[in-house]
Design a protein around this ligand. Structure first.
Ligand code: NAD
Length: 528
């Protein structure tokens, strides 16, 4: 089978060097503003649906006086209707040749790419991402979809001839879709991660009820519209909005749900997992990508400038609100002081502010809850003997209407302190020290999470030790562009171990699609 070649990648790094993006992004900011303040419905079975329970207001984290729109407060009743619509459409969708589904997903990728500036501007307004990160996310989403299309082709639609054991018998293995999937997405990658789960399900022949986070239903709506515009029948994909808990109860208990794909926090993921197991009458697939507390190890053999740069990018990219964000750093005692000096000088130079501005690296955190969590973490660090080496402030005076906080480095916390263990999801890094690499690895692994980890060392033996002994799913050595961040579809399959993921098969990786199908052995006996 001819495999289509992939276009050049547009990533955060390539964007930094591309001056042509700025006028286009700035124009898109104005364009997107024209869509603000409207009332947006849910989409169930191709119909626009307004909830009787009313609407919720969506405001921008960069300035809460900006009202982005009104979205529907859907309830379990709408979840049920959407599941029924997805169920009615399952047979026709799964019957279509897989090559057609691949073509439609590719078409969606093309539209996403064409609208990259509009979508990026919306992501900035909705979740506060700076322009580089927002444009990179849009391109990542398009690449994710193209990658899944490629994987389907490379695997010939997952139809595979098998051995002939008995003369006259022809056998094959066919992977077939499960049915209706409930897809629940997080706020921090409202396009790329929602797109990954939805298209993983759709391309393999399943139908979908999509419930995005209430923090970013707008980008999610645009994704729904793009999928329908690409030719995916409305009803095969359904879009519902509202509080997670009402949907969670329906998704876990409704027998029409064949599988759940969830990305979000460990607490919510584990709750859904337990409920799904206990309320369904037989085991069903549950894909969960969850939180983490990601470590970076800096040995005495590291290039310290590169290590500090990697930690800055990894910890503070999108304000620490990436599941892959670096949040713990273990530095070898002999180079601790030098490393901290370089780290502090870099962190002090970070530009915090309105993410619409070209110079901004760190925009706001997502909401008041995250803002308060940051303040509490800083207070607790101070109270428990930690030293604030950089940051630790919330510059409310200059930016009164958004949730802005400064990138923070804390030293001196005990290794088992809460702030060294719990995911905070704000720009907050705790630095500890070690004497031997074994000790560093032990400390790094002492967590219930296992998503991403990084090491900085010029010694290949140390790097080898790190890869062998670190219990994390996505690992990097000497990555200046992000100590623990920056996975890309087709390059770094993105999946967590332990409490960070349910299946161990990474998003954007070669095994991801397998999770949305079950195998059927088909044997035909020839006429004798
Ligand atoms: P969250 O857990 O608060 O919400 C995720 C989704 O779950 C949202 O759509 C929300 O509405 C829904 N939800 C909340 N309560 C629910 C319930 N009781 N039943 C059903 N659905 C419910 O997460 P978030 O704040 O949106 O995102 C941040 C979290 O996601 C972090 O923990 C981060 O590490 C994680 N994350 C993980 C990955 C990964 O690939 N491992 C990627 C992105 C984000």
């Amino acid at each position: 089978m001819q495999v289509t070649s992939e276009p050049k990648k547009v990533t955060y790094v390539t964007l930094l060097a591309d001056e042509s993006i700025h006028p286009r992004y700035e124009e898109a900011l104005k364009q997107v503003e024209k869509d603000f303040g409207r009332h947006y419905p849910m989409h169930i079975g191709g119909r626009q649906v307004f909830a009787s329970a009313g609407e919720f207001e969506l405001r921008s984290p960069l300035d809460s006086s900006i009202l982005l729109g009104y979205f529907q407060k859907g309830t379990a009743e709408f979840a049920r209707k959407a599941l029924e619509a997805a169920n009615e459409n399952f047979e026709s969708w799964s019957d279509r040749p897989w090559t057609e589904r691949v073509a439609l997903v590719r078409k969606a990728a093309e539209i996403i790419e064409k609208r990259q500036f509009y979508l990026a501007a919306l992501i900035t307004y909705e979740v506060g991402k700076n322009r580089y990160e927002a444009i990179a996310e849009v391109n990542e989403a398009a690449d994710m979809l193209r990658y899944y299309a490629r994987v389907m082709e490379e695997n010939h639609g997952y139809v595979r001839p098998m051995d002939r054991i008995v003369p006259g018998e022809n056998s094959k293995s066919v992977l077939r879709p499960h049915g209706v999937w409930a897809v629940v997405s997080p706020f921090n990658f409202p396009l790329a991660l929602a797109g990954s789960m939805i298209c993983g399900a759709l391309i393999t022949g399943n139908t979908v009820v999509f419930k995005p986070t209430s923090e970013a239903p707008f980008t999610a709506l645009k994704l729904y519209e793009i999928l329908v515009e690409a030719g995916i029948p409305a009803g095969v994909i359904n879009y519902v909005t509202g509080p997670g808990s009402s949907f969670g109860a329906e998704f876990t208990s409704n027998p029409l749900v064949a599988g759940i794909a969830f990305t979000g926090s460990k607490d919510v993921g584990m709750q859904l997992y337990r409920d799904f197991v206990s309320k369904q009458s037989y085991p069903k697939p549950f894909i969960a990508e969850m939180g983490s507390k990601n470590p970076a190890i800096v040995t005495a053999k590291a290039d310290l400038d590169k290590a500090a740069e990697g930690v800055v990018k990894g910890a503070y990219g999108y304000g620490g609100q990436k599941c892959s964000a670096t949040s713990r750093v273990y530095v070898e005692r002999g180079v601790r002081e030098d490393f901290l000096k370089i780290l502090k000088s870099k962190v002090d130079k970070i530009v915090v502010g309105d993410p619409r501005q070209k110079a901004t690296f760190v925009g706001p955190v997502i909401d008041d809850k995250a803002f308060k969590k940051y303040q509490r973490a800083v207070e607790q660090a101070k109270r428990d003997g930690g030293k604030i080496l950089a940051g630790g402030e919330a510059p409310k005076a200059q930016l009164p209407k958004g949730y802005y906080v400064t990138p923070t480095v804390v030293t001196g916390l005990p290794p088992d302190h809460r702030l060294m263990k719990e995911e905070l999801f704000v720009p907050f890094v705790a630095v500890d020290e070690f004497k031997t690499l074994d000790e560093a690895l032990e400390k790094a692994n002492q967590t219930e999470f296992g998503l991403t980890a990084g090491v900085f060392s010029k010694d290949p033996k140390e790097v080898g030790e790190f890869f062998k002994n670190i219990n994390f799913g996505v690992t990097y050595a000497n990555r200046k562009g992000g100590a623990t961040t920056g996975a890309w579809p087709g390059a770094q399959p993105f999946g967590g171990w332990k409490g960070s993921g349910a299946t161990g098969k990474g998003v954007g990786g070669p095994y991801y699609l397998l999770q949305f199908m079950h195998e059927q052995a088909q044997t035909i006996v020839e006429d004798s």
